[in-house]
Design a protein. Sequence first.
Length: 348
Amino acid sequence: MNVTVTDSAADTLISVVNISDESKFEYWSNFVIGVAFLVIAALANGRMSNSKEQGGSETTVVTAFYTLILITASFRSVWFLIPNSFLKPNYTPSSVMAFSDEYPHWFGAFMSQIILSSGSLSLFSIFILILVYWADILKKYFYPGAQRSKPMATFVVIVCVLIGIEITNSVCFLMKLYSTEAMILLNAIVLAFVSVVCVFQISVFSHKFRTVLKTLGHINQVSTESQVKRIVWITVTGNAFFTTRAVLEIYFAGTLYYFWRKHGNVDKVFTHGYWDTFILLTYLSEFAILCLMLYILKSKFTKVSGNPPRRDQYSKIPDGQEPDDEKDEGETAEKTEIAPPIDSAVVV
């Protein structure tokens, strides 16, 4: 391999690192996106630590969201910042079999898919956690007598199923049942399916949530307009993200399968232009949704933060007058029961 030496230190570094067919644009775009995800990871880590110090059931849920954002951004930054040549000789995906003597970089290609699918799984887990809490709260109001399972237990079961699919996919590759192109195809199908399910569930739960909030607002004589707006906000952005992701993954899987059936491999479908477009659309949308989640979490966290009143700030209750918290015990209990779970579930 010939390494081009130039006067520019940056160009020299690119020439040394770029032993594959990775272009200068691809190198710098990956570097910028990787640094952007690294910033997201640092922010999520700091807020996660602060959230742990707060304590309480509500902040436990918020901490879980920060943890998932941290894991997602970390996997994405690792995938983008590791030079492509350290994992595989080709920038675009290619057909690789496990333990191949002709392809000594097979383990790097395999690890690249593991890092990529792990980041996608943790990202989708953020919205799965939201939907699980939404379903639990709605079940309480629509079916008050029904037995409710623990939301976190349900979340763990769903995530374990997705992890099991990824493990099965990896085992099949290591057993030489298929190559990396089949791993990519299966991951695209799974992500497309989960995206469609998320769009449907977010739309249904959002409509029910707005109905519950408006009804409870009339009953309690309080305004729920801000909560309704937050529900609409997360619904629109969530559906926009998952609709875009579903379209990308379905088109990606369809073209992948077509070229695989027609040519026996995916070399002809993974051109640099095609792959660059897919990378930018997919991961810039992920970066945007993670930024939005951090903004929503920060807004909520600031709203509920603050020091409680001191003892000398409470007004003395005249003799014979019933305290407000006892006088309106039923109403107050209803209000405090409604707001915290909804805030925790929708992360606002």
